[in-house]
Design a protein around this ligand. Sequence first.
Ligand SMILES: Nc1ccn([C@@H]2O[C@H](COP(=O)(O)O)[C@@H](O)[C@H]2O)c(=O)n1
Ligand SMILES: C[C@@]1(CO)OP(=O)(O)OP(=O)(O)OC[C@H]1O
Length: 170
Amino acid sequence: MKIGKGRNTNMIRVGQGFDVHQLVEGRPCIIGGVTIPYEKGLLGHSDADVLLHAVADAVLGALGLGDIGKHFPDTDPEFKDADSLKLLEHVWSLAKERGYKLANIDSTIIAQRPKMAPYIPQMAEVIAKALEADVSQVNVKATTTEQLGFTGRGEGIAAQSVVCLIQDML
Ligand SMILES: Nc1ccn([C@@H]2O[C@H](COP(=O)(O)O)[C@@H](O)[C@H]2O)c(=O)n1
Ligand SMILES: C[C@@]1(CO)OP(=O)(O)OP(=O)(O)OC[C@H]1O
């Protein structure tokens, strides 16, 4: 969507991301780039950082560039145990080279446990740094599902993210 005419025209793009990973024993619980002390961790080909995956998918969606599975296939040994922060930084480089900056991003972690609140400020800092933005542009929330469904039973954790990017065309 273009706003304005001629010079100083801004392009605004919106994207959303959603991801789920299974909770299993013997894996670290890394969410939003923060390692959370917990009896289980998230299973995946990479470090399975469900929040950073949702953020990366939201950015790719805003850019119209598909999803993280397309950019980092889970059949590629290069991405085995990959640090999702590095994947997000690569995704952000695609936004930057197209002239986009972050307007704001809002994310929700859907987990019965562990309690996310103590770690949320640090997650927001990680995301802000990766997207080269101020932390005031980044919001992270958490919710349980009141013990309902796979998240409520503690079988997995989900995350969703909505991003707004702005392209300055001076
Ligand atoms: N894993 C979670 C889930 C929730 N929170 C925080 O608790 C609040 C209440 O959760 P409800 O699902 O009962 O609405 C929620 O608003 C979060 O602040 C959390 O820290 N970690
Ligand atoms: C990140 C990638 C690549 O290592 O693997 P996973 O950690 O399994 O994560 P997923 O969200 O299933 O999809 C993207 C993958 O290609």
